[in-house]
Design a protein around this ligand. Structure first.
Ligand code: BDR
Ligand code: CA
Length: 311
């Protein structure tokens, strides 16, 4: 049984990750913390509450997190940094509002208190910009000792998806990512775009999910139909469900291929701002500090998704 905290910027692929985590019997979802990223934090919070309500998990508390990056971008935005105009994530997911509201404590307060008081280890799964986690470990560095593993969706050892170099979650708050990577977590797993680009779901697979008829499967099909249409590679008729791969990994680690490597984050480069610096050959001579996912088994991923949503 994994006890996890999911930090999300919901976000269509985040929504699928929440449903997998909320529905799988081998995961105890202690709470969701929200952050600005795909959408402003008011939207990511509302979407998170809706998803949990839809799958009958309004008992999972939701804590609103930070509305802007840990460190503002230092550069005027060059053309290469401009995001796609077509929204990939729905501002408001087409699910009923939850009768349960957001919790009174902020995400960072709750993270610090929960990890300080933990009697069993907790797994942190941030799948948005790392703003909340960076703030929490800055306030209370000792909380890393309560974490058995941090599983981060972010970065790329090849090309980016926000700029030619940088992946969205890291690009949005590179200083936060730098703080988290260097915070002293025992086990840090970085699930990069090189892996998540293999965690694709097609329109045809959405029909398979729809046929399952459960609330989770039906909502996932609808949410991913929209996401596939909005994605920059929509011509493929499928889209990478990045964040859900982190949950699939918790259920079956063999769904990703990892290597022990050193990871840094570029927080100063103009053209490479927010790039994860993954030393693939070890030429830098610095000891590995992360397990980096560089590939994934597409069929296994979809099987885990389908079987979790079927229940
Ligand atoms: C990541 O960026 C966001 O748009 C997705 O939700 C995912 O967490 C992929 O780069
Ligand atoms: Ca996300």
């Amino acid at each position: 049984m994994r006890r996890i905290i999911l930090d999300v910027d919901t976000g269509n692929d985040d929504a699928v990750a929440i449903m997998m985590a909320g529905l799988h019997p081998e995961i105890t979802l202690l709470g969701c913390t929200t952050v600005a990223g795909n959408l402003p934090v008011a939207n990511t919070t509302e979407n998170t509450l809706r998803v949990l309500h839809h799958i009958g998990r309004s008992d999972v508390p939701v804590f609103r997190g930070l509305a802007s990056p840990f460190a503002p971008h230092p550069f005027p935005t060059p053309a290469d940094f401009v995001s796609s105009a077509t929204p990939v994530h729905q501002e408001e997911l087409e699910l009923l509002p939850s009768p349960v509201g957001v919790q009174p404590h902020t995400a960072v307060e709750w993270l610090v208190e929960t990890l300080r008081n933990a009697t069993e280890k907790i797994t942190l799964v941030p799948v948005g910009p790392l703003t909340n986690i960076a703030a929490a470990v800055t306030l209370a560095p000792e909380i890393v000792d309560a974490v058995d593993e941090i599983v981060i969706m972010g970065g790329s050892a090849s090309h980016g998806n926000e700029t030619s170099q940088a992946e969205f979650n890291i690009f949005e708050d590179p200083v936060a990512a730098h703080v988290v990577v260097n915070a002293g977590f025992d086990r840090l797993t970085l699930v990069t775009l090189d892996a998540t680009r293999k965690a694709r779901v097609s329109a045809a697979q959405c029909r398979e999910l729809e046929a399952l008829g459960t609330p989770g499967a039906t909502a996932t099909a609808q949410i991913l139909d929209y996401y596939i249409r909005g994605n920059s590679d929509k011509a493929l008729g499928s889209a990478a469900v990045h964040d859900a791969l982190c949950i699939a990994y918790l259920l079956d680690p063999s769904v990703i291929e990892t290597a022990r490597l050193h990871v840094g984050v570029d927080t100063v480069g103009f053209h490479t701002y927010g790039r994860t610096l993954i030393d693939l050959t070890g030429i830098g001579g610095t000891a590995p500090n992360a397990s980096v996912a560089l590939g994934a088994d597409s069929a296994k991923f979809f099987d885990l998704l389908r079987s979790t949503l079927a229940a």
